[in-house]
Design a protein around this ligand. Structure first.
Ligand SMILES: Cc1cc2nc3c(=O)[nH]c(=O)nc-3n(C[C@H](O)[C@H](O)[C@H](O)COP(=O)(O)OP(=O)(O)OC[C@H]3O[C@@H](n4cnc5c(N)ncnc54)[C@H](O)[C@@H]3O)c2cc1C
Length: 412
């Protein structure tokens, strides 16, 4: 009979999405021993095609990725968003209200960089897989874990192996098993909306401008990619999104063409449309004994205003700093006092962004008279009154009250 392997680590991360992998790379670069469990092995970066899923990452998030060593790579596949254009098109073609925000006006070269998700994940996966301080368990599932004498996490994997660690990090996405095992409750709101994503080719240049139309079903966003390509995030009420997904390619392209108001000229589909039902999930707590949650294991939001992964990478930066600072002075990285620091530093940012995005999603999707009118007047005022516009831009970019050194562009 073969004996199941037993491993010992400093940190065990469950989930090799962008958040989990970035955390692993930051800590492993500082000499900590990291193990990662992941059920889905990605293709190599070279074999990973660009799909409709892209993320617009702000400077603070790019700083976190830079600290994890991806700068050259993400700049080679990312596209800068220099101008953001918001269009209230709730009267469908009549009396649109447009407000343009230019990064240059607040002293920036660009607001954010639009990066294909799967390519970035595949690159990070390869970097982690090759790292001498990281052991990748893939394709493997976490089965369960227990806390031994309050001092160690003992995790069991579905291949019978066990890993002992000082801390387990739940980076295992919206259905987080770590969250469930830790007994952390999560509140879920199912929106009656779905997001259709795809990449399109277009005849006119996007001029590095991201355009978001606000319409009855939800926002419709065109986000610049390399050359004459853009990614589309098209939020509609779910029954309408389902109808759109059933259309043959030609009919879908025609409907999409009309939805763009022809601002990018003639369009064709580069990638097949994909559909994502939208919901909001918020965990009650970010920590439990020897357990920390990050990213979608802790919070899931509507894609409106593109905050999801940006918020997640701030969790990553804060947790990496807290763990590293504790390890540096010989402290216990999984102790309650360490986890309390992480929870305290992240609570306000997560709470305010989560609430703000949920409200925004409801306001944009509302077409009842007083709210719709107030929204339209608000957008008009922001466009005409330049101090208000500056404030809106700075508020949209300001990471949090406690942003931490990595998000500011310093090293860990
Ligand atoms: C349409 C759309 C557009 C978006 N646009 C933006 C944007 O422009 N900007 C932005 O910041 N955010 C955006 N977001 C949000 C962003 O895409 C997500 O927040 C992000 O991709 C989630 O990353 P994650 O690492 O938390 O989770 P995931 O990518 O879901 O990673 C979780 C990982 O855990 C693994 N896993 C699952 N179960 C287990 C288990 N039991 N054991 C071990 N591992 C497990 C999974 O296989 C996966 O690899 C958008 C979201 C949507 C839906």
């Amino acid at each position: 009979m073969t004996k199941s392997k037993k491993y010992t680590a400093d940190i065990l991360i469950s989930g090799a999405g962008i958040a989990g992998l970035t955390l692993a790379k930051l800590l492993a670069d500082k000499g900590l021993c990291v193990h990662i469990i992941e059920p889905n092995k990605p293709a190599t970066e070279k074999d990973t095609p660009v799909t409709g899923r892209t993320v617009a990452l702000m400077q603070t998030s790019l700083n976190v990725l830079k600290a994890a060593g991806t700068k050259e790579f993400h700049e080679s596949i990312g596209t800068k968003m220099e101008v953001m254009c918001l269009i209230d098109d709730s009267m469908r073609g009549q009396q649109t209200i447009t407000s343009e925000f230019d990064a240059f006006d607040i002293g920036l070269d660009y607001f954010s960089m639009n990066i294909p998700n799967d390519k970035l994940r595949a690159y990070l996966f390869e970097q982690c897989d090759a790292h001498e301080n990281i052991t990748m368990h893939c394709p493997v599932m976490l089965e369960d874990y227990k806390i031994e004498n309050g001092a160690r996490v003992i995790a069991t994997l579905d291949n019978g192996e066990t890993i002992s660690a000082s801390l387990i990090v739940g980076a295992d996405g919206r259905g987080s098993l770590v969250r469930k095992i830790a007994g952390i409750k999560a509140h879920r709101t199912q929106y009656d909306q779905s997001a259709i994503t795809c990449v399109i080719n277009h005849s006119r240049s996007h001029n590095n401008t991201s355009t978001e139309f606000h319409r009855e079903g939800g926002p419709f966003a065109l986000v610049p990619m390399m050359g004459n390509q853009s990614s589309v995030v098209w939020v509609e009420k779910t029954p309408r999104a389902d109808e759109l997904m059933k259309l043959p390619k030609d009919a879908f392209e025609n409907t999409l063409q009309a939805a763009t108001n022809n601002i990018l000229g003639g369009i064709t589909l580069e990638t097949a449309p994909q559909c994502w039902p939208l919901c909001a999930i918020k965990a009650d707590r970010l920590t439990a004994p020897r357990t920390a949650l990050i990213a979608e294991a802790a919070h899931v939001m509507s894609p409106i205003t593109a905050q999801g992964l940006n918020l997640s990478l701030r969790d990553v930066a804060t947790l990496a700093e807290t763990i590293f600072d504790t390890a540096k002075i010989g402290g216990d990285i999984g102790a309650q006092s360490t986890l309390r620091q992480y929870e305290k530093r992240r609570s306000i940012d997560i709470g305010t962004r989560f609430f703000g995005v949920d409200r925004m999603n409801r306001i944009v999707g509302t077409h009842r008279a007083p709210i719709k009118d107030i929204r339209r007047i608000g957008l008009k005022m922001v466009d005409r009154f330049s101090p208000l516009k500056m404030l809106a831009m700075q508020h949209g970019l300001a990471p949090s009250l406690d942003s931490g050194r990595i998000t500011r562009g310093e090293t860990l």
